[in-house]
Design a protein around this ligand. Structure first.
Ligand code: NAD
Length: 479
């Protein structure tokens, strides 16, 4: 396949069971980041659209909530089946508008189908408690759906991160208005088609796009919305938390990270290098749990930097539609000057560029980049690069490594490579992070919680904990 693969997205809003297109609405361009070409126009929601979506959510919640868990699960399994059937088409749209290699896009779509299946079953396991009291009396703890949800998901994993909110919400008996990313609307609209075609009522799952600030103010300003779930930057998360305060809406926040990777001198260096370089450049580094700060024990530091640079130079960059491509373009042009500024700042402060270091050719390409000897006061060591950039510096002792890992206000993911069992336990205990990968980057699975601490957010997505965010607790005392 080539870049000329057809972008046949059906870009519409889905409100109250109705697909709504242009019809006088403003439109935003959608770009192919591999070519920088405009490939479509996306109609955006008006205030009237949002009011209708809110009214539909209010109407639809009691009806969806009244369905049995089995009935809801059957519809969700059907949505999963349709996503699998249409996976090739959805993945092509995702690659054309986001840039990631097609195989990664396909994996993301199939993972979203798995999330529907997982939460369909998990919804059947929502349990309360009955407490013993004197005869004739009871105390009960009930778990109930929180209510209509406003879900905001970003463009880096547009399919997976939207479904990570919609699937648990529906399984818990909530209804959702999803604001999907304007950069990547084709794949998310195709997912919403699967949900609608499966027979999930149109008032239960709705889809809007538009001006993110206008939409979040409008939805969070309504008392209909009882829960806000957001994935994106810490800055926007803080803003939404303030908006949610006015209506005391419940919140799940999956925000930025700046993942440290501790490389100890007892690791298998070659195998570790193969893994860390492949992982760093996955999705062009636009991953909230992307390994970013590489702290390497002194004795193996030079060999690590050399091996990292050699492997980085060999990463095959190109169109995501080319089967040979390992790393596609960035999704947004605005990240290019941001990364360039971080590199200029780091090198001015003494860092060395050992691989890449600048814009790539055409589209929104950026070279896979590695910087060594990066000082702690470099901007990139303190703010998430969110791009294909690795920052490497040495450490002397385990205590030193842990201190450096924990020095930022973020705490999403952290990784360590070592064969020392006691050290593994100390790191798992001592690292300030919502998720820890030891000798592995596999930290996301449907049945495990995914989420951060500190300024990386709170609440979990996935796993049984992912459902908790859509449930409220009610205590019933019977005398
Ligand atoms: P950004 O802060 O402009 O936007 C981040 C996301 O929030 C986007 O999806 C955007 O549509 C949405 N958003 C922005 N303003 C909003 C508002 N007022 N109400 C509701 N949603 C709003 O940043 P960006 O340039 O798109 O992405 C770069 C930064 O975003 C990165 O540095 C990273 O920290 C963060 N990010 C994190 C994740 C993640 O998975 N945690 C995903 C994407 C972006």
């Amino acid at each position: 396949m080539t870049d000329t693969a057809t972008y046949d997205a059906d870009l519409q809003l889905f409100i109250a069971g109705e697909w709504r297109g242009g019809e006088g609405r403003e439109a935003r361009p959608v770009f192919n980041p591999a070519t920088a070409d405009t490939i479509a126009e996306l109609p955006v929601a008006t205030a009237a659209d949002l009011d209708e979506a809110l009214a539909a959510a209010e109407r639809g919640w009691p009806l969806w909530r009244a369905k049995s868990f089995d009935e809801r699960a059957a519809l969700m399994h059907k949505a999963a089946g349709l996503i699998r059937e249409r996976a090739d088409h959805i993945a092509t749209l995702l690659t054309l508008e986001q840039g990631k290699p097609l195989a990664e896009a396909r994996g993301e779509v199939l993972s979203a189908a798995g999330l529907f299946d997982y939460f369909a079953e998990q919804g059947k396991r929502i349990e309360g408690r009955v407490l013993q009291r004197p005869a004739g009396q009871r105390a009960m703890v009930l778990k109930q759906p929180v209510g209509p949800v406003a879900a905001f998901s970003p463009w880096n994993f547009p399919v997976n991160l939207m479904v990570k909110k919609i699937a648990p919400a529906l399984a818990a008996g909530c209804v959702v208005i999803a604001k999907a990313p304007e950069e990547t609307p084709g794949c998310t609209s195709a997912i919403m088609r699967c949900i609608a075609d499966a027979g999930i009522p149109g008032d239960a799952a709705q889809l809007v796009y538009g001006d993110p600030d206008m939409i979040s103010r409008h939805l969070l300003g309504s008392p209909v919305i009882r829960k806000v779930s957001f994935t994106g930057s810490t800055a926007v998360g803080k803003h939404l938390m303030k908006l949610a305060a006015d209506n005391v809406q419940r919140i799940t926040m999956e925000l930025g990270g700046h993942a440290p990777v501790l490389i100890f001198d007892d690791c298998d260096l070659d195998a570790t290098l193969d893994r860390v370089v492949a992982q760093k450049f996955r999705n062009a580094g636009q991953v909230c749990v992307s390994p970013t700060r590489f702290y390497v024990q002194q004795g193996i530091y030079d060999a690590f930097v050399k091996g990292f640079a050699e492997r980085t130079a060999k990463v095959r960059v190109g169109s995501g539609l080319d089967a040979n491509t390992q790393m596609g373009p960035l999704a947004n042009e605005r990240r290019i000057p941001a990364l360039e500024a971080m590199i200029a700042d780091a090198t001015a402060k003494g860092a060395r560029v050992v691989a890449g270091g600048g814009r790539g050719e055409g589209g929104y390409f950026f070279q896979p980049t590695a910087l060594a000897d990066v000082p702690l006061d470099a901007d990139a060591m303190n703010h998430e690069p969110f791009g294909p950039m690795a920052l490497i510096r040495p450490f002397a002792t385990e205590e030193d490594a842990l201190e450096q890992a924990n020095r930022l206000p973020y705490g999403l993911a952290a990784f360590a490579f070592t064969e020392n069992g006691r050290r593994i336990n100390r790191i798992a205990d001592g690292i300030e992070s919502g998720m820890v990968g030891i000798n592995s980057f596999v930290i996301s699975s449907h049945d495990m919680p995914f989420g951060g601490i500190k300024q990386s957010g709170f609440g979990s997505e996935s796993g049984p904990e992912g459902l908790d965010g859509y449930l409220v607790t009610k205590a019933v005392h019977i005398y």
